[in-house]
Design a binder for this molecule. Sequence first.
Ligand code: KIV
Length: 274
Amino acid sequence: MKNTSVTFKESKNKEKLTMLTAYDYSTAKLMDESGINGILVGDSLGMVCLGYEDTLPVTMEDMIHHTKAVSRGAKNTLVVADLPFMSYQTSVYDAVVNAGRLIKEGGAQAIKLEGGKDMHEQIKAIVNASIPVMGHIGLTPQSVNSFGGFKVQGKSEEAAKKLLEDALSVEKAGAFAIVLECVPVKLAKLVSSKLSIPTIGIGAGDGCDGQILVYQDMLGMFSDFTPKFVKKYANVGEVMKLAFKEYINEVKDGIFPEEKHGFKIDDEVIEKLY
Ligand code: KIV
């Protein structure tokens, strides 16, 4: 069955939603074939694919390029693409135009943007343009400089109250789902119970309506740092390194390629060239 923003909303209180990030065609295809509900083309691609220290340098062109690739690989999975830093904070107009580009050029079916009350007008305008919006509150990585680092959010009474107000504002603006990142477990559970739209948690515990992870983290492919909330489901990085080393050794030792890996030509054609 095709996952859509509507099936996401309908799953609330019925079935947990599963999401992973992806940034290319073959990974998206594998996830789609595995039955994942949603793929986020996250601006985390700046860190895990492009090697930046944070997500701030990611451009609209980066996002469109990777969203196009993912969209070609995802058949039944909902493809959500991130609006990058400064593509929507600048004005409601910019938000609608850039959200439209991720749908029209990238082939996504929904967009995600970071922020609560402050982004209410942007979310409303994008939804009014018939583009489904996923919100994102808590640790919003595009605000890393204001937060003073990648830190858990909503721990004090004031911050917890603000987080709940932000969630309600994002829902009121028309979002179909909302990511809660690095939020204390009990707060995420409370927020989830107050909303009629699904919450997708990352570092927010089991009280959310769904979960998302960055795929390089859960496959053990990104070694720069591993957040506390990540569970490694495989050690693909080690498997890759073993295969790379074996290939290097075999080429150097003349073991690869073998005869079966080559293409034939008639001897008489070759002889004429000597
Ligand atoms: O960019 C991203 O990958 C994200 C997830 C961490 C939710 O926003």
